[in-house]
Design a protein around this ligand. Sequence first.
Ligand code: KPL
Length: 300
Amino acid sequence: MINPKVKVAVVGKGAIGSLIAYSCQQQKLDFQLLLKNNNTITLDVEKIDGEKIRVYPSSSDINDAADFDIVVFPIKAYQVLGALQQLSQSVRPKHTLVLLHNGMGTIEQVKALYPNNPIVAATTSYGAFKPTDTNVKETGLGKTHLGWVSKCRNNAILIESTISKLLPPSTWHQDIQLALWKKLAINSVINPLTAINNITNGELVNIKFHKLIHTICSEVSQVMTSVGYPTNSDTLQQSVLRVIEATANNYSSMHQDITFKRQSEIEFINGYVIKKGRELNIPVPENQLLFNKIKELEKI
Ligand code: KPL
């Protein structure tokens, strides 16, 4: 018999994970947070319209998680592998794994570790940050794009409808890779340029960045086209400019990572473009320069 109450587990209590916890509470879903230690926490979420809600998640230790059907990873790309290893005692082949982060390259890692699990890849344009460990501020209402990388054989409709409720509105794609590449192109431009120049996203409209943005888009478009997603630099540049305008007052996640001396996601953003460029024999020198500069900044 189909169990109508799908159990959701969310790894960590990052900004996006906290928004997911908020949605789960609002939608009355059965959910828990998987944390490094199983301390009881509450989260104070301030929605973009100013509404303030306290979220009371139940939680488990990530090394000893209680039962779930879906586990969502709204964590940095470089944390995914570690989290999956910590979950090795709890993950069964029936569990759906949902990857939700900037950058690309983790799907390959997850498939290698859990070849039989259903996997969903997702990207969202929601914005949020955490002024304190338990406070979350929503800074942008977004949209979420989702797609099966490996589809589950049972309950797919129920699983899809549950995942769709986490960061609505959600669109399911036959081929999520295209949406991931489009987001990768945007992140390859905005994230390193804002971090290197210590500026908001909006400051990238300055004419002095136009040529550089065009060159980065040109390199990414050649790689995208070669992996089977034909595009060109003008198309990518237009979508980059749309995001720059829509998020003008925001500091990008990479800007924040560099400012707060955290590891950045450069390996999974421009680093992924470089890796694919190398495999396909496509030179991507501007992406390489940005990669090198961010690596230098990470050391400071
Ligand atoms: O995803 C983002 C990020 O900051 O990581 C963008 C789209 C650039 C918005 O800031």
